[in-house]
Design a protein around this ligand. Structure first.
Ligand code: AGP
Length: 609
């Protein structure tokens, strides 16, 4: 998730506006930045790793000639955040310049084809294949226009993209195109703009044209032309007026980043399903060879590790040990050794406890593997092999989209390991892979169909003294996550434990009316879970059940229930079942007058709508 911007001014230099617009897109990515402008048939590029303000201090991003230019602020997915990997990227001759947001899934094949044709690549990014593809298309078909060469090149690309392209071959235009990654045009009397998101140009215009999937746009002095990528046919579309303030726009009209990020999960889960095979295979090989595997993390990331320990065991027969990072040194610091493998999971890649655990293990020659959302973070630098969760920056304090993205990647690893070890049949494999592919849609259905119901449940129980979260099997991890979210942003004391543990003590806390949230996928634990529900009901608890559609049995027992689509395999269930718990925490925080995006000492400012 990066931010692209293109600017076609009727007069004056475009660079200062590109610079300030990238600043307004910094919430989409901020590990490197770059701008390219075209003037007198010459291209000028300034790009480097680092935050926009820091790069500006070194390179002065306002000082590039020309009224036409493109820019990019990056959230690395392929290639560490280094100057060479920052955008824009060019072809061999430096005549075609491209910025991109998205993931080109078949970039490795395209890259080796182009290298065999003599192209030289300088970066580790997927994006760099695009300018070389256009260059090669024009070399083989010199009669084509730049636009036609772009259209031909797009047909060879698999994956998601929003591109903005300029070239000295046709210096009087910007070409941009969209497939899945967001793209919108801005229009005013001084010029035309294309951007990943409306905030980029809202300071200069509130006239916008939405660009749909499979569309290409050409910006020239005459205006904007939209065409279908599939057949080049023209599309007419009038601008609309945006009523948002710049602050609202950054949240895309959502009141808080947390709810925006909860709604982003269909897109971020799709991103995780576009993961490069060789990264997943590499990590799978290390796990397959490992003698003992510790899954090390803190907070929400630890809950992803706990769920993963069920996935690895159930699918690949690999025992793994989820460990709170803050306890690792004490618990395993003396026994971890050269035969140990650590899979450290951290959204930020910078959590001190996780890094301390990893450093301790590394000093004892253990193999370090990393799963993080921040490419270039300390965890990626210390890891032998790492994978990025590609969820884009997470601004809200509470981890939501990064949790489900972590789980999706961990499930893919467990599936690959299972296949590698021949532990499940091809049919089972196909079924699980198909369900995994469906998860973005499943989560989208949950958010659309259950949000209002969750709002009412939050209203009903917001003043409860305590909340309980219970699950069995892999849902224990989901229960822990539900508890953490409610404590973290609604500040309600909450207790979670494996439902089977209730009778070994915690049940004595239950009083009349206490809300108890049960996580109830229709898996092997379903029958015994009903017994646990009965135990709690017998003591006057209010049962809030997250159930599968059509689960009449538990719906009949519950005081309130939230439904998720049916048929989700148990090992994947923490992904969809966590979403209603994220929503419950969010709406409970609002009910209690807290701002879900703020840490506690700043949270009391919000007024309840
Ligand atoms: C989760 O919502 C919290 N923000 C917190 O528990 C977090 O998960 C924990 O600090 C770990 O962070 P990391 O994933 O960046 O390492």
């Amino acid at each position: 998730m990066c931010g692209i911007f293109g600017c076609f001014l009727n007069e004056g230099n475009a660079a200062p506006l590109i610079h300030s617009s990238l600043k307004r897109l910094e919430y989409r990515g901020y590990d490197s930045v770059g701008i390219a402008t075209i003037s007198d048939g010459k291209i000028t590029i300034k790009k480097d790793q680092g935050k926009i303000d820091d790069v500006h201090k070194i390179h002065n991003l306002d000082d590039l000639p020309g009224s036409i230019g493109i820019g990019h602020t990056r959230w690395a997915t392929h290639g560490a955040p280094l100057q060479v990997n920052s955008h824009p990227h060019t072809d061999c001759a430096g005549e075609i310049v491209v910025v991109h947001n998205g993931i080109i899934e078949n970039f490795l094949e395209l890259k080796s084809e182009l290298q065999n044709l003599g192209h030289t690549f300088v970066s580790k990014t997927d994006t760099e294949v695009m300018p070389h593809l256009i260059e090669e298309t024009l070399k083989q078909n010199p009669q084509l226009s730049l636009e036609q060469a772009v259209l031909e090149s797009l047909k060879k690309i698999d994956g998601s993209y929003a591109f903005a392209i300029i070239s000295t071959r046709e210096p009087d235009k910007i070409i941009c195109a969209r497939n899945e990654s967001p793209l919108v045009l801005g229009i005013n009397s001084h010029g035309l703009f294309c951007a990943s998101d409306i905030p980029a140009f809202l300071e200069v215009t509130n006239k916008a044209v939405m660009i749909n999937n499979g569309e290409l746009v050409v910006l020239t002095a005459k205006g904007y032309e939209i065409k279908k990528i599939s057949d080049g046919s023209a599309i007419t579309r009038e601008p609309i007026t945006i009523e948002w303030t710049p602050e609202m726009a950054i949240k895309q009209g959502y009141p808080h980043f947390m709810i925006k990020e909860i709604h982003e999960q269909p897109e971020t889960l799709s991103n995780t399903l576009r993961m490069q095979d060789h990264y997943l295979d590499l990590l799978t090989t290390f796990l397959d060879r490992a003698n003992e595997v510790f899954l090390v993390a803190c907070g929400t990331s630890y809950h992803a590790c706990l769920a993963a320990s069920y996935m690895f065991s159930k699918l690949a027969f690999l025992p793994t040990y989820p460990v709170y990072a803050s306890e690792f040194v004490e618990q395993h610091g003396k026994s971890v050794n050269i035969d140990s493998t650590i899979l450290a999971v951290s959204q930020s890649g910078e959590t001190a406890d996780t890094l301390a655990a990893v450093t301790c293990a590394q000093q004892r020659a253990a193999t370090i593997l990393g799963l993080t959302n921040v490419i270039g973070s300390s965890l990626t630098r210390i890891s032998r092999v790492y994978i990025g969760t590609q969820a884009g920056p997470e601004i809200g304090v509470a981890a939501t989209k990064t949790f489900t993205s972590q789980l999706s990647v961990l499930a893919q690893l467990a599936l690959r390991l299972s296949k590698k070890r021949g532990k499940i049949s091809q049919d089972e494999m196909d079924t699980l892979a198909e369900k995994l592919d469906k998860l973005p849609e499943t989560v989208d259905t949950i958010v659309r169909s259950q949000e209002d119901k969750v709002k009412n449940i939050a209203k009903k129980y917001a003043n409860s003294k305590v909340f309980f979260f219970l699950g069995r099997g892999i849902s224990t991890a989901t229960a822990f996550e539900g508890r953490l979210k409610l404590m973290e942003i609604a500040y309600i004391p909450s207790i979670a434990f494996p439902a089977g543990e209730s009778k070994h003590g915690p049940i004595s806390l239950i009083e009349d009316g206490f809300p108890v949230v049960f996580i109830c996928p229709k898996d092997d634990s379903h029958r015994t879970l009903i017994g646990n529900i009965m135990e709690m009901k017998a003591r006057g608890a209010k049962i809030i059940a997250v159930v599968e559609e059509g689960d009449q049995e538990i719906k009949g027992l519950a005081d309130d229930y939230i439904e998720v689509p049916k048929g989700i395999p148990s090992v994947l269930s923490p992904i969809p079942f966590a979403v209603p718990l994220q929503l419950l925490a969010y709406y409970t925080a609002l009910e209690k007058g807290f701002n879900p995006d703020m840490p506690r000492n700043l949270a009391k400012s919000v007024t309840v709508k």
